[in-house]
Design a binder for this molecule. Structure first.
Ligand SMILES: Nc1ncnc2c1ncn2[C@@H]1O[C@H](COP(=O)(O)OP(=O)(O)O)[C@@H](O)[C@H]1O
Ligand SMILES: N[C@@H](CCC(=O)OP(=O)(O)O)C(=O)O
Length: 290
């Protein structure tokens, strides 16, 4: 019996997190059809409200402004013209916060909207204002919901197709608020040794403790017509966390209650961590041999 318990413990991860940043991508919030995934909104509000009530400090970085804007304007295709994307994001952001307000209110939890640009922390004054805002909100038991301020985020814009990405923005936020853990929820079960949407024999990698050029070679672009960042930006976010000796878990956001299992240390998704006690060396060695 003792041995079984030891084996079970070996399969669990060491996750001790009180201040947690959760990033949810468009692909989790919007169905492939373009319809709003109301279940994800509801389960995200439920899960974060439950954790908030347990005394955890949560910050949600939510994409979806453009996706919700496309839905509201009955558009099937994302425009390439940058002004049209910014207009859609402005329309969608309002609706996005309405959806979150309705669902979080249902679970008796207060939320706040925080719109940032990737470089906001680079300037001492705005850095202080943003940090003071986060600290006041968290102290008042309010969950900040962050998105990139797409209307003004020109310095991050790739003027052909995309805005800056919320994967890296969530890591920047996690870094500055000194979060214990970043959880990135996407439409995929984790980081694979090849894009699973293109290679059926792709293998899920359970743990990664080092990211190098070779790691990026297996990271392709977005998997849905609504996604922006793709796996490249998720690896850039993970690299920032590893460089700062922080942890990140990449998991499937189709049922956000998975966050509860991640915090319980279950082997879900891909854990990016410098923690040498887990079995990540074996996984990484496999990847680097390919
Ligand atoms: N090595 C990889 N492992 C997992 N997913 C990958 C990989 N390479 C590319 N992808 C793609 O990245 C997509 C997730 O990024 P994205 O579409 O931007 O989602 P989100 O909207 O959640 O940010 C997956 O759906 C998958 O198609
Ligand atoms: N600010 C943009 C986010 C772009 C983005 O990073 O999207 P995703 O790759 O789905 O996380 C929006 O809300 O649509």
């Amino acid at each position: 019996m003792k041995e079984e318990i030891q084996v079970a413990n070996m399969n669990n991860r060491t996750i001790n997190a009180n201040r947690i940043v959760v990033k949810v991508g468009t692909s989790s919030l919007i169905h492939p059809s373009g319809a709003i995934n109301l279940e994800t909104f509801d389960q995200l509000a439920y899960t974060l409200s439950a954790l908030n009530n347990q005394g955890k400090e949560l910050i949600l970085v939510s994409s979806g402004a453009i996706g919700v804007g496309l839905n509201k304007m009955n558009l099937k295709k994302r425009p390439t013209e940058i002004g049209a994307q910014q207009a859609l994001a402005a329309i969608g952001q309002s609706e996005l916060m309405t959806l979150f307000t309705q669902r979080f209110n249902h679970y008796l939890t207060d939320i706040a909207q925080v719109l940032l640009t990737h470089d906001i922390f680079d300037y001492p004054k705005s850095n202080k204002y943003v940090m003071d805002t986060f600290n006041c909100l968290l102290n008042d038991n309010v969950i900040p919901i962050v998105n990139e301020n797409d209307t003004v985020a020109t310095d991050e814009l790739d003027h052909k197709t995309t805005f800056g990405d919320n994967d890296q923005l969530s890591a920047i936020v996690a870094s500055h608020v000194n979060a214990d853990l970043l959880i990135v929820l996407s439409d995929i079960d984790g980081f694979y040794d090849q894009n699973p949407k293109k290679y059926v024999n792709a293998n899920l990698i359970s743990t990664v403790n080092h990211i190098n050029e070779k790691t990026f070679t297996v990271a392709g672009g977005s998997g849905s017509r609504f996604g922006t960042g793709g796996m490249q930006t998720k690896l850039l976010a993970a690299k920032r966390m590893l460089d700062e000796n922080r942890q990140m878990v990449l998991a499937n956001g189709k049922d956000p209650r998975v966050i509860l299992d991640i915090l319980a240390g279950k082997q879900i998704g891909t854990l990016f961590s410098n923690d040498s006690t887990s079995n990540q060396h074996r996984d990484l060695a496999n990847l680097n041999q390919k």
